[in-house]
Design a protein around this ligand. Structure first.
Ligand code: URA
Length: 208
């Protein structure tokens, strides 16, 4: 399974606060953005570097700068939006696409209702963002939407994953690494992650 649990103490501490039912909308948003920034640090750990010559006030020297493919960040609507700004704080030049998927209540299959991506999909590495990897249906669909448009290098960033979601994504897209702050116990009968943190979209946008 291609899942990496980011167990940095700051992330784990903030995750515990965010899970708390008593954490209000403002604090929830702030914590989620902070966690996203810390996670982006780990996700970008292996970005390639090249040497270039820089002139400091004292002398010329060889220094490292980022090279390779440019990055694209793609939140899955709507909860993914809550993590975008944190990621962009670290990689401000990244382009941002958006994907909207809902689950058809009868077929239970994911249906695409929105997809706007950077034009140069094949030239970019992508980070798909969805804080809650529950059944994995939306993530699997979003990865497919990127792949059919030419994306080859995709990572999935979430906050909390269910084992069911990890299994679904790994089975359909074994090339996609999943980064999460926690893999929780299970999904309940309503598709919520247990213990989880409730409905991430509602908690970010204060809609409950
Ligand atoms: N989506 C959420 O927001 N929370 C869950 O627990 C599962 C899916």
């Amino acid at each position: 399974m291609q899942v990496k649990v980011i167990d940095h103490p700051l992330i784990q501490h903030k995750l515990s606060l965010i899970r708390d039912i008593n954490t209000g909308t403002k604090e929830f948003r702030e914590l989620l953005e902070e966690i996203a920034m810390l996670m982006a640090y780990e996700l970008t750990r292996n970005l390639p570097l090249e040497e270039t010559e820089i002139e400091t006030p004292l002398t010329k020297c060889k220094c490292k700068v980022l090279t390779g493919k440019k990055l694209g960040v793609v939140p899955i609507l709507r909860a993914g939006l809550g993590m975008v700004n944190g990621v962009l704080k670290l990689i401000p030049a990244a382009k941002v696409g958006h994907i909207g998927v809902y689950r058809d209540p009868e077929t239970l299959k994911p249906v695409e209702y929105y997809c706007k991506l950077p034009t140069d999909v094949a030239e970019r590495e992508f980070i798909i963002i969805d804080p809650m990897l529950a059944t994995g249906g939306s993530a699997v669909a979003a990865i497919e939407m990127l792949k059919v448009r030419g994306a080859r290098n995709i990572k999935l960033m979430c906050l909390v994953a269910a084992p069911e979601g990890v299994k679904a994504v790994s089975a359909r897209h074994p090339d996609v690494e999943i980064y999460t702050a926690a893999v929780d116990s299970h999904l309940n009968d309503h598709g919520y992650i247990v213990p989880g943190l409730g409905d991430a979209g509602d908690r970010i946008f204060g809609t409950k």
